[in-house]
Every structure is written in structure tokens, then in C-alpha cells.
Design a binder for this molecule. Structure first.
Ligand code: NAP
Ligand code: F7E
Length: 331
């Protein structure tokens, strides 16, 4: 029976990855941050099912507390570590650059150091990001493409990405970078653009909201489904040797297209509901992202299972249900 340690288990990917590993029979340890309000809502169902069987074990920690990270790795002796924790909102990273950078850089370095000092061979997954590419040119990006980060978030991911490779090459660690393009789901944070749109569609449809205010509608993203992408994370750690992999769909769509499909799914014309405001524009925009997952397909046997339209519909359906519950509760 394998043991996995996941940082950032309360996030979107933390939910899908821990569910997958628990279903595969892993014992899963995860970090949660002490907060004045409960922050485990995404994994509450998993907690109810797997905590009593001692298959899911949660520990208070923070990536900035290197002593805690070191002690936990020493105590858990995991076979695999998935470093998903991050201040992952690009726009917020301009407002909180130091916290974002410290978490993104020192956090992964603390884990790599703990693994280097461990007597056990531990496989490491680093959550790298397509944001590292900068997205200035309309080209398909792969593992060899040049990194040109455009935000504090992206710079911190570049640091961790290189450090993961440095530890692999210097100390023969099994350390892997998954360069994941945007991936979404009904569990996506509500301030990311896809979820902001689908939540608004649900609420507008149920008469709980009149307008949706967005920023740059022309930005283009390669959007996939988080459930497909977390499976790729696991596949990377089942290989004989560590490597870096781009995970994407090979399709790109603008924010406007996403909105158009989401509204039209419930028979609404998005143009009647969307307005823009400068406050949602970024100081430095990543204009265009499109990924090439050929290497992952060839070496991992991975390919995206969920289409763009299926993703939009899955998210709208879920937010229609959420809005319906809200309507019943508050009206
Ligand atoms: P998310 O939903 O924002 O989850 C982030 C997780 O990190 C949460 O559990 C959060 O805890 C935790 N966290 C934040 N700061 C922390 C700190 N200082 N110490 C410990 N934990 C901390 O992000 P996600 O979408 O699941 O993404 C997972 C990882 O993949 C992130 O590293 C992200 O940068 C990266 N990534 C995401 C995408 C994407 O499109 N989703 C693409 C490429 C890479 P709280 O719940 O307490 O806030
Ligand atoms: O923005 C535009 C915005 O915040 C997408 C993170 O998971 O994926 C994510 O980063 C685009 C940008 O995601 C609004 O300007 C327009 O061009 O949903 P987002 P992101 O910045 O691409 C990468 C791969 C990660 O690694 C990150 O962790 O949408 N946009 N109007 C807007 N974006 C937001 N959030 N809100 C708007 O109102």
C-alpha cells in the first residue's frame, strides 16, 4: 500500500488528486492551513468517508513553515509527494507579491531539501504552470519552449521549476515538473474567470444576479478538466525515471468564447449580461496560451478525455444547482 503526501489538499487539484489516490488504495496525508473559518469544504466528503478508516490524514502546516514540512516528511515517510500548495491567483500575486513568491519558492525548496536528506526514495511532483511561458506569441508550447514569466506568481513557478530540475540532476532525486495549462472544474475557485462566469450564469438564470463584470475578454487559454489533469500528475510519478511534461488539450479559446458558450447553454445571449471594468485587467497580461501534450501522450499514454464544451456544460450544470439551492435558502 503506497503513501502519498499532498500539500494544498484543500484546493481544486487537491480534491481531485486525493480522491484518485484514495480510490487507488493509497493512504493520503495532506496539509491544511489554520484559518479562522473552516477551509476544507472541497474535501469534506472525502474526510467523512476516509478519515474514520485512517486512510486520509490531515495535518496543520504551511509551506512557509519549513520546520513543519521537514518534520511531516520525516514522520510520514511518503512514497510520493505532490506539491500543489500555492497562492495560485495570478492577479492577486501582483497585490501580494512577497507572500506569493515565498510560498512558491521556499515551499518547494523546503520539500526538496527534506527529500534530499531522507533515507527513503521519495518521488516528487511539482505543480509547474503554463503561466511560466508568458504567452506573448501565438504558438504551441511544449517542454522546450522559452520561459518568459509575466507575474510574481509565474516568476515563483519558474524558480520552483528550475530547482526541481537542479535537485534531479544534482542529487538524482525523482523530481518531476508537470507543466499544466489552465484546468477547471465545478471545484474551481470562484474568482478564476471560468468559475466566475459559470457561477454568474447560474445566478442570472435563477434571478439572483443581473450583470457579470469581467476584465480582458480577448485573453485566450487552453482550458482542460482538472480531473483529467490530476490523473496525469499521478502517471508522471509511476514512470521509471523523472521528467517534465506539458499537460494541455491542444485547443485554445478566448474568455469571450467561454462566456458565450456558458450563457448559450441556458439559452441566454451573453452580450446582454456582460460588462467590463478596468479593475479586472492585469498590469501585465498573458495573452495567448496553447499547449502541445505530444510528449505526455507518447510517454505516459495520457490524453485529455473531456472536451471544451463538456467542461463548460459540467461547470454550468453544477452552478445552476448551486444557484437553485441559494434561491431556496435565501428567498
Ligand atoms: P487552488 O485551488 O488555489 O489551491 C491552492 C492550495 O494551496 C489550497 O489548498 C491552499 O490552501 C494552499 N495554500 C496556499 N498557500 C499556502 C501556503 N503558504 N502553505 C500551505 N498551503 C497553501 O489551486 P489549484 O487550482 O488546485 O492548483 C494546484 C497547484 O497547481 C497550484 O500550485 C497552482 O499554482 C498550480 N497550477 C494550477 C493550474 C490550474 O489551472 N488550476 C495550472 C497550473 C498550475 P487554502 O485552502 O487554505 O487556501
Ligand atoms: O484568468 C482573464 C484574465 O484568473 C484567465 C491559475 O490557475 O491558470 C490560472 O491562471 C484569463 C486571464 O486564470 C477576468 O485576465 C478576464 O487572461 O482564470 P484566470 P489564469 O490567470 O490564466 C494558470 C495556468 C495557473 O497556473 C494559475 O494558478 O481571464 N479575465 N476577466 C479574468 N480573470 C479573472 N480571474 N477574473 C476576471 O474577471
Amino acid at each position: 500500500m503506497k503513501t502519498a503526501f499532498i500539500t494544498g489538499i484543500t484546493g481544486q487539484d487537491g480534491y481531485y488528486l486525493s480522491k484518485l489516490l484514495l480510490e487507488k488504495g493509497y493512504i493520503v496525508h495532506g496539509t491544511i492551513r489554520r484559518s479562522s473559518s473552516i477551509n476544507t469544504s472541497r474535501i469534506d466528503d472525502l474526510i467523512s468517508e476516509f478519515q474514520p478508516q485512517e486512510k486520509l490524514i490531515l495535518h496543520y502546516s504551511d509551506l512557509l513553515d519549513s520546520a513543519s514540512i521537514f518534520n511531516l516528511i520525516n514522520y510520514i515517510q511518503p512514497d510520493e509527494i505532490y506539491n500543489l500548495a500555492a497562492q495560485s491567483h495570478v492577479s492577486v500575486s501582483f497585490q501580494n507579491p512577497i507572500f506569493t513568491t515565498q510560498t512558491g519558492t521556499l515551499g518547494s525548496l523546503s520539500i526538496l531539501e527534506a527529500i534530499r536528506r531522507s533515507k527513503k526514495e521519495i518521488k516528487f511532483y511539482q505543480a509547474s504552470s503554463s503561466e511560466m511561458f508568458g504567452g506573448a506569441a501565438k504558438v504551441k508550447l511544449n517542454e522546450q519552449s522559452i520561459l518568459d514569466p509575466k507575474s510574481p506568481y509565474a516568476v515563483s513557478k519558474v524558480f520552483a521549476h528550475h530547482m526541481t530540475k537542479v535537485y534531479r540532476d544534482s542529487y538524482s532525486l525523482f523530481s518531476t515538473n508537470g507543466i499544466l495549462f489552465n484546468h477547471e472544474s465545478p471545484h474551481r475557485g470562484e474568482t478564476f474567470v471560468t468559475r466566475k462566469i459559470t457561477k454568474a450564469v447560474g445566478r442570472i438564470y435563477h434571478g439572483l444576479q443581473k450583470k457579470l463584470t469581467l476584465g480582458n475578454l480577448n485573453a485566450s487559454r487552453d482550458w482542460g478538466f482538472a480531473g483529467d489533469y490530476t490523473e496525469a500528475m499521478w502517471m508522471m510519478l509511476q514512470q521509471k525515471s523523472p521528467d517534465d511534461f506539458v499537460i494541455a488539450t491542444g485547443e485554445t479559446h478566448t474568455v469571450e468564447e467561454f462566456a458565450q458558450h456558458a450563457f448559450s447553454y441556458v439559452g441566454l445571449d451573453y452580450k446582454k449580461y456582460i460588462q467590463t471594468d478596468k479593475k479586472y485587467f492585469r498590469p501585465n497580461e498573458v495573452d495567448y496560451l496553447l499547449g502541445d501534450y505530444e510528449k505526455a501522450q507518447k510517454l505516459l499514454g495520457w490524453r485529455p478525455k473531456t472536451t471544451f464544451l463538456q467542461l463548460v456544460e459540467m461547470m454550468v450544470e453544477s452552478d445552476l444547482n448551486n444557484a437553485k439551492r441559494e434561491e431556496i435558502l435565501f428567498n
